[in-house]
Design a protein around this ligand. Structure first.
Ligand code: SF4
Length: 382
């Protein structure tokens, strides 16, 4: 699906402007450079590790007659590609990439082949950028990467929890949020250290993918449902009102009715506050794509509907707990088309709208939550 969309966008770019110079950059070109270069109109193909040099590469290729393929072997790359933020448009939440690549090889995923081995950004470089972000009035840092949990393994002398502790010291930063982490990362010691850090957002996105151990094994995920549940229970013990969100794949090859039922029971037991549900789609070059027992599109659709309905219901139950309560909201921007309504997030990931005559962008303010709407809660500044 992703490949097809990429090809459509490339063609659309050419339709919009037949004289455009078209360079294709990223995972699709890294995995299939030969296919991409064949697409009519494409002049330059760049992989996932030369992005910082894109301007020079385009300048170099512009006056050449022939098409140019600059994709290098990503598996050879061992250094984190530094691309820090130089200009700031919004001043609320900053997504900070601390890690690249993945060595997990989940059986459905192409990312290890597209992004290569894990490479962690040096702590000094991360700290420097976060100080800069704080000076530029950012209040929240979201730590991102391809597999954030493995941060530091290649450097040897640091780890994810150490980086979080380091950034926690930066004055001006009021919230630190982790993007997706693997449940096993959050062992007892890690959670214990997190509890000492008041700036940590009470929101953890723990990728589940399946609630059945047999399916997880085929997916080559490295945890069991029992281990997963233990982490969730511990987080709920130490962080009141914590939001636990997840990703789930339905219709993974070989997923039987019993396996799916197992997943349904498990997600009800965990009681997520938010879920992203994906129907399995085979990626060429991965073991799961070769699996004989592919699930039919109709069954995938049906299973996706069942999980989505449960997810929706649980999300509502979670939000309901906060009605008429006061929560701190970091306001990000005005709601589109509304002159005095601002939107922002609580630390436990509830999107909130509130009216204000003053500019409250980039400020954390207490809000009383009043009414649940489609994708947010309406509240009043207090
Ligand atoms: S799903 Fe995530 S952990 Fe698994 S291989 Fe892909 S990027 Fe790595």
């Amino acid at each position: 699906m992703g490949d097809r969309k990429s090809r459509q966008i490339i063609r659309r770019a050419l339709d919009n402007n037949p004289d455009a110079f078209i360079a294709v950059v990223g995972c699709y070109s890294q995995i299939s450079p030969d296919k991409v270069i064949e697409i009519q109109g494409v002049k330059l193909v760049v992989g996932t590790n030369e992005r910082a040099k894109i301007v020079e590469l385009v300048e170099y290729a512009m006056d050449k007659e022939e098409k140019i393929n600059m994709v290098s072997d990503i598996m050879e790359v061992r250094e984190f590609e530094e691309m820090s933020i130089k200009n700031y448009k919004s001043r609320t939440r900053a997504f900070l990439k601390i890690q690249e690549g993945c060595d997990q090889y989940c059986s459905y995923c192409i990312i290890p082949y597209a992004r290569g081995h894990i490479r962690s950004r040096r702590p000094e470089s991360i700290l420097e950028e976060v100080k800069q972000l704080a000076q530029n009035k950012f209040k929240e840092i979201v730590l991102t990467g391809i597999h954030v949990a493995s941060y530091g393994r290649d450097l040897g002398n640091t780890s994810l929890i150490e980086i979080i502790e380091l950034l926690h010291e930066v004055e001006g930063i009021e919230r630190i949020r982790m993007s997706s982490v693997e449940p096993k990362t959050l062992n007892d010691e890690f959670i214990e250290r997190l509890t000492k850090l008041p700036k940590i957002c009470r929101h953890f996105h723990l990728s589940l993918q399946s609630g059945c151990d047999a399916t997880l094994k085929r997916m080559n995920r490295k945890y069991t449902t029992e281990e997963y549940l233990r982490v969730v229970d511990r987080l709920r013990e130490v962080f009141p009102e914590v939001a636990i969100t997840t990703d789930l794949i339905v219709g993974f090859p070989g997923e039987t009715e019993e396996e799916f039922k197992c997943t349904v029971d498990f997600i009800k037991r965990v009681d997520f506050s938010g879920m992203h549900v994906f129907k399995f789609s085979p990626r060429e070059g991965t073991p799961a794509a070769e699996h004989k027992n592919q699930v039919s599109p109709q069954v995938k659709e049906q299973r996706s509907k069942i999980i989505t309905a449960i997810a929706h219901d649980r999300e509502l139950t979670f939000k309901n707990k906060f009605l008429n309560k006061k929560m701190d909201v970091l306001f990000e921007h005005k709601v589109e088309g509304q002159s005095s309504i601002y939107e922002g997030l609580t630390d436990n990931y509830i999107r909130v709208f509130a009216a204000s005559e003053q500019d409250i962008k980039g400020i954390i303010l207490p809000v009383e939550l009043k009414a649940i709407k489609e994708d947010h809660i309406e509240g009043m500044l207090v």
